[in-house]
Ligand binder design. Structure first.
Ligand SMILES: Cc1cc2nc3c(=O)[nH]c(=O)nc-3n(C[C@H](O)[C@H](O)[C@H](O)COP(=O)(O)O)c2cc1C
Length: 445
């Protein structure tokens, strides 16, 4: 005979596809059970006192990866200091980097209680596509030097989770190959102020089939990354005794990332900076062609808008005065970003300018990155007017230590935080997040 507990056990272990979240109690299960025993009446047997623990548990190697910051701790052991520093580092005094985190601590919540949030969902629609989560993977240059075939790992995890991933212009895998892995990926370009060179790249990206182009605006020149000079890192990387020593003392990374890449695919190159292949990643003398990036202007963006038929975004704005210019240039959205503190030191944290910018966004999407690490950060940004958010470093560390499943695990952690915090805050839909749910933190904590 089937008792109530057994019926429930067979029904509660439902999981979302692709291991997206923890075990979900199917809300129909209790109703089905009650109806089966006494239609219209909730019998005492229908009361559920226990549910089955998930059998689809976290992989053993990920068991102490509970929050996004945990990935950085693990990656620090796995990566040579120069590679770890390349990812974690920021320019000069690192004030923007710290300020990005501090900006999120200046807001507290005013949660609403006694709201039925059992139907809550983190699904978010952006540019006509519904994603499972309100966050995505920011463009991350050199990813395939940090993690084996890093760009493909990020793209595949994004496909599995159903979240956007932006392929970096400084990537080491051909954009055509990344598109084949994930046709929903976006492409980010670092452009020179030379329309002919721009047009050739834009045509290549369009011919591949990408639907979304992101033009990064905050890199007319490279920021002052002293941390790279100190640790021995450069792009392309020069093979010095220091680099050899750091690599040799991190054999898992050396064999698992560099040796495998050379053995299976040859020397990695900067494949997507321009329409043509760029220099190799390891080189004594070669440099990336960054000429004329400091000439890039709104006029170039207007010309791109006329040529590019897909969705167009500009990334790296922080000044509110730039936003109406972006809108007049015809972009579909802006990504407010200070490049995670990697370009101009003391560039304002995007969260601090978000309310002012969101108030005047018109029909554009306003997206934010830099410093987001927790579900509460995501909810604060959305409550202050962001339509979507991106994260950078945590996903690259996750790819370094766990490949595709590491990145998916990181996304799953953040999704669960978002969904848990929605319940604690009393909202069912992310569109219900408004500034009323926030209050400035009275004093620094
Ligand atoms: C290792 C690394 C490489 C990056 N490469 C690029 C890039 O190629 N293009 C770009 O627009 N932004 C790049 N960024 C900036 C990120 O896209 C994003 O703006 C930033 O990481 C967000 O801050 P967060 O790391 O605190 O989440 C890079 C960031 C890191 C950490």
């Amino acid at each position: 005979m089937t008792d109530g507990k057994q019926v429930l056990d067979t029904q509660v272990a439902t999981r979302e596809p692709a291991g997206l979240s923890g075990p979900v109690l199917d809300s129909n299960a209790v109703t089905t059970l009650a109806a089966a025993q006494a239609p219209g009446i909730t019998s005492p047997q229908a009361l559920v006192t226990s549910v089955q623990r998930s059998t689809n548990a976290t992989p053993y190697g990920f068991r102490d990866l509970l929050a996004l910051d945990d990935f950085e701790r693990h990656a620090k052991r796995h990566l040579p200091p120069m590679v770890y520093q390349y990812v974690v580092g920021a320019v000069e005094t690192a004030t923007s980097l710290r300020a990005n985190r501090a900006a999120y601590t200046r807001w507290s919540f005013l949660p609403r209680r006694m709201v039925d949030t059992s139907a809550r969902s983190a699904a978010t629609t952006l540019f006509g596509k519904t994603y499972s989560v309100p966050f995505g993977i920011a463009p991350l240059g050199g990813a395939a030097f940090v993690a084996y075939r890093g760009d493909l790992r990020l793209a595949e995890a994004a496909r599995q989770i159903n979240m956007p991933m932006i392929l970096s212009a400084s990537s080491l895998i051909k954009l055509e190959d990344v598109f084949a892995q994930n046709p929903d990926a976006w492409f980010q370009a670092y452009l020179p102020g030379d329309q002919l060179r721009i047009d050739c790249l834009v045509d290549r990206v369009a011919a591949t089939g990408f639907g979304t182009l992101v033009v990064t605006a905050d890199t007319p020149v490279l920021g002052n990354r002293e941390h790279n000079t100190r640790s021995g890192f450069s792009m392309p990387i020069r093979v010095t005794p220091k680099v050899v020593w750091q690599s040799a003392t991190h054999p898992r990374w050396l064999l698992g990332t560099v040796a495998q890449t050379f053995y299976r695919h040859g020397q990695p190159h900067f494949e997507n900076m321009e329409a043509e292949r760029g220099p190799p990643m390891l080189s004594r003398n070669a440099l990336r062609n960054t000429t004329a990036r400091d000439k890039l202007s709104w006029t170039n963006l207007e010309a791109i808008r006329r040529r590019w038929k897909g969705t167009l975004l500009v990334k790296g704005l922080t000044a509110p005065a730039d936003v109406p210019i972006a809108r007049d240039s015809g972009v579909d959205g802006v990504i407010l970003s200070n490049h995670g503190g990697r370009q101009l030191d003391y560039d304002v944290p995007p969260l601090d300018v978000l309310p002012e910018i969101a108030a005047h966004k018109g029909g554009m999407m306003v997206i934010v990155d830099s410093g987001i690490r927790r579900g509460t950060d995501v909810l604060k940004a959305l409550a202050l007017g962001a339509d979507f958010v991106f994260l950078g470093r945590p996903f690259l560390f996750a790819a370094a230590i766990g490949g595709t499943s590491g990145v998916a695990h990181a996304a799953r952690i953040l999704k669960e935080e978002v969904e848990r915090d929605m319940a604690l805050l009393g909202v069912n839909q992310l569109s219900q997040l408004t500034p009323d749910l926030l209050r400035p933190m009275p004093s620094p904590v």
